[in-house]
Design a protein around this ligand. Structure first.
Ligand code: KG4
Ligand code: ZN
Length: 358
């Protein structure tokens, strides 16, 4: 079965062709037209500009995706499209495009939840996970933990009560002059900080808590993990404490060591996710761990979660870096399983800004 998939929920316009044979999914093409350079001028995504850019890009990247996959529209068996959550004007572009294309060519259509799509990126791994498993969705808008009971049945068991982890990296990163979106730059700067603080290029992470840079109390930052007993997070406290700390440096004129600061912030964020992942695995005996979303690209977090999984005697599945960020192949993967479960949409399909998994 060949699936043509679309994604336009935020600042990437994406089209992909995925081949599905039973539970073996293969990406034949995965085109992403990013708007990052445009939004960088404003330090964040401007919804109106995003929608207009999606309209310009969606048709050319569809031709590109089909050409790169070496297939024609007449060979496509299913059209899948992100229908929620995201920026409403942005979502509507791919939803309307996909609806028209499916209707005009008599192809079945399924609307897909973006977060389920991120998690479905792991189905594109050669050694793909099979539900049930625990999934962490870590992105610009989400910091959530799910019990994934089947390919289409999700239960939320933990989430952020306020800001998302990716958004917090972006906002704090901006304040220390890391270009938007700051996640990747934050990751690299933190590495510099960890290595400098510990003097160890390899095993820096665990040495960090014992080193002077951590212990001297210069940069007090709270954990975004809520107290034991809950799998929830609160990133607003960490973010506010970081902003106050940056103000203090500004006011006293003391020079901020950006790399040490970034390492400190990253450490708290990663430890919180590791702690809640560990607790979720402990509560769900035998479940493996899937990590998804743009922040799953974070090198420190990837290593830390590999340890958590190993200590809990579970397997860890994280998509390749190219499939962690927004793309349409992941939407194709989830669309396929929605279709297999009997889901069908038609020209009444609408987009929604709201989270669909409750
Ligand atoms: O999933 P995604 O591409 O879009 C949303 O659905 O939000 O996630 C984007 C987020 C941004 O906040 C970006 O800064 C963050 O993922 N990100 C990272 C890294 N690469 C991207 N955060 C931390 N470390 C990274 N290496
Ligand atoms: Zn996303």
């Amino acid at each position: 079965m060949l699936i043509l998939a679309f994604e336009s929920s935020c600042d990437e316009t994406a089209a992909a062709v995925v081949r599905a044979e039973g539970e073996r999914l293969t990406v034949l093409s995965n085109i992403v037209a990013t708007q990052i350079e445009t939004h960088r001028l404003y330090g964040g995504v401007v919804p109106e500009i995003a929608s207009r850019a999606h309209i310009e890009q969606i048709s050319p990247i569809t031709y590109e995706a089909l050409a790169e996959a070496g297939v024609t529209l007449s060979e496509i068996d299913l059209v899948a499209v992100t229908a929620q959550p995201g920026l409403i004007g942005a979502l509507l572009v791919a939803v309307n495009f996909a609806k028209s294309l499916a209707a005009a060519n008599g192809i079945p259509l399924v609307g897909v939840d973006h977060i389920k799509g991120h998690i479905a990126a792991s189905y594109l791994l050669e050694d793909a996970p099979k539900p049930p498993f625990i999934a962490l969705a870590l992105s610009g808008g989400h910091t959530s933990i799910y019990r994934v009971r089947s390919y289409t049945d999700y239960e939320i068991i933990g989430e952020t009560r306020d800001d998302a982890i990716g958004e917090s990296f972006d906002k704090i990163g901006r304040l220390i002059d890391i270009p938007y979106p700051a996640g990747r730059g934050f990751d690299a700067l933190s590495l510099e900080g960890f290595v400098r603080a510990t003097g160890d290029e390899g095993n820096y992470y665990h040495k960090y808590k014992k080193c002077d840079a951590y212990k001297n109390g210069n940069m007090p930052l709270p954990s975004p993990a809520l107290a034991d007993g809950s799998l929830d997070f609160s990133f607003s406290g960490l973010k506010t404490a970081a902003i106050n700390l940056l103000h203090r440096y500004e006011q006293t004129g003391e020079e901020l060591d950006r790399a040490l600061f970034a390492a400190r912030y990253t450490y708290e964020a990663c430890e919180a996710v590791a702690k809640k992942a560990q607790a979720a695995l402990a509560e769900n005996e035998g479940y493996d761990l899937v990590v998804a979303g743009g922040v799953a690209a974070n090198s420190h977090l990837r290593r830390r979660l590999a340890e958590v999984a190993a200590q809990s005697h579970r397997k860890l599945y994280i998509p390749s870096l190219a499939l962690c960020g927004d793309n349409a192949a992941m939407i194709g993967a989830q669309g396929y399983y929605e279709f297999c479960a009997g889901k069908r949409d038609d020209s009444t399909l609408n987009a929604s800004a709201l989270d669909g998994i409750r």
